[in-house]
Design a protein around this ligand. Structure first.
Ligand code: NAD
Ligand code: TYD
Length: 353
């Protein structure tokens, strides 16, 4: 029996936080696939995140920018991918407030470049699929009650969520207009190892390690639903292989926390892990000016993916947060490396420290 040709999957943004967990999962669990990781290695992308799998026979890294249309068209013609899992994006809300244009370039134009190149491959390959990874932030803000469903109308409030909503719309429009086979999933806030320390949890872990202020926006009474990144990667694997074309899946942790409660829990766990007297880290909490357009609450109803695909989160928040803290404490060199360069300048501007 002859060897089967491997299924060629392009994963964009695979050197970033979620992308690196998705790449690792596909490389390790799906030897029948060859994974091509396309990443521009912006401040958020780091090949350190993939050291353990970089020599695998079914893995190739390609450095490149999805905004470069000529490069993308040639790449798709050269490699003839069988599918795309698209995660590359500018992903931080605060950055989108200070520089919205870069979010339009990568998240909107970059996605459209990938869609155009995908159309050409889809014409000659009936099994081709484009899987777009998106966020629950496209739905806007909830009040104290209710959940986002797949049918909830889009109502993005930040430049980040507006750019992601726009890219979601383009993906759907390419499906309707040109018949591109696609799937979209919209997930809640992820946390776990390898997350760049500008998002709430890793930023605060890093600041506690260095005895720096913990800037809680407004009164801290904002709610997010948190999902351990490995559970998200497992959901992406399931949706890529078993999801129905043209469908959207909401993915969430059934795990809502008000920011201030989460920060207090984090402070308590950090005191224990660092063997500091209880209350030490909490003293670092500093209430600062609110984020403009700050969404009050996000909460996902992940009933559809549960019912259709049998997916549910497996890692409890206490367990996931413990593992996350252990990872950052054990990888302080990684933290040092990623927080050199433009990061310090950015935070000086952000918090006038
Ligand atoms: P991240 O910022 O950690 O990583 C983004 C990656 O994309 C980086 O490796 C970066 O180098 C790469 N990239 C950026 N611009 C690029 C470009 N122009 N060309 C090629 N590569 C480029 O992001 P993340 O948190 O891992 O998020 C990944 C995806 O998941 C994003 O699409 C994001 O919108 C979505 N998402 C994130 C969350 C979350 O909580 N982090 C939740 C739901 C959905
Ligand atoms: P973040 O991790 O930036 O994710 P998102 O804005 O995409 O939900 O922020 C999570 C929550 O924490 C959000 O309500 C904003 C708040 N936050 C702070 O209070 N202080 C901070 O320094 C950061 C980065 C976020």
């Amino acid at each position: 029996m002859g060897q089967q040709t491997p299924n060629k999957i392009l994963i964009t943004g695979g050197a970033g936080f979620i992308g690196s967990h998705v790449v690792r999962r596909f490389v390790k669990s799906h030897k029948q696939h060859h994974v091509y990781n396309l990443d521009a290695l912006t401040y958020a992308g780091n090949l350190e995140n993939l050291r353990d799998i970089e020599d695998s026979a079914n893995y190739t890294f390609i450095k490149g920018n999805i905004v470069d249309e000529t490069f993308i068209n040639k790449l798709f013609l050269d490699y003839k991918f069988d599918g795309v899992i698209h995660l590359a994006a500018e992903s931080h809300v605060d950055r989108s407030i200070s520089d919205p244009s870069s979010f339009v370039r990568t998240n909107v134009l970059g996605t459209v470049n990938l869609l155009n190149a995908s159309l050409k491959l889809a014409k000659g390959n009936p099994d081709f699929k484009f899987y777009h990874i998106s966020t629950d932030e496209v739905y806007g803000a909830l009040g104290e009650t209710g959940f986002f469903l797949e049918t909830t109308p889009y109502n993005p409030n930040s430049p980040y969520s507006a750019s992601k909503a726009s890219s979601d719309h383009f993906v759907r429009a390419y499906g309707e207009t040109y018949g591109l086979p696609f799937i979209i999933s919209n997930c809640s806030n992820n946390y776990g190892p390898h997350q760049f320390p500008e998002k709430l949890i890793p930023l605060f872990i890093n600041n506690i390690i260095h005895n720096k202020a913990l800037p809680v926006y407004g009164d801290g009474n904002y709610t997010r639903d948190w999902l351990y990144v490995i559970d998200h990667a497992r959901a992406i694997d399931l949706v890529y292989h078993k999801g129905k074309m043209g469908e959207t899946y909401n993915i969430g942790g059934f795990n809502e926390w008000k920011n201030i409660d989460l920060v207090q829990l984090l402070c308590r766990l950090m005191d224990e892990k660092l063997d500091r007297p209880r209350g030490t880290s909490e003293k670092l909490i500093t209430f600062v000016k609110d984020r403009p357009g700050h969404d009050l609450r996000y909460a996902i109803d992940a009933g559809k993916i549960h019912k259709e695909q049998g997916w549910e989160p497996t890692v409890t928040f206490e367990e996931g947060l413990g593992k996350t803290i252990d990872w950052y404490l054990g990888n302080q060199e990684w933290l040092e490396n990623v927080t050199s360069g433009d990061y310090r300048e950015y935070y000086k501007k952000q918090y006038q420290q």
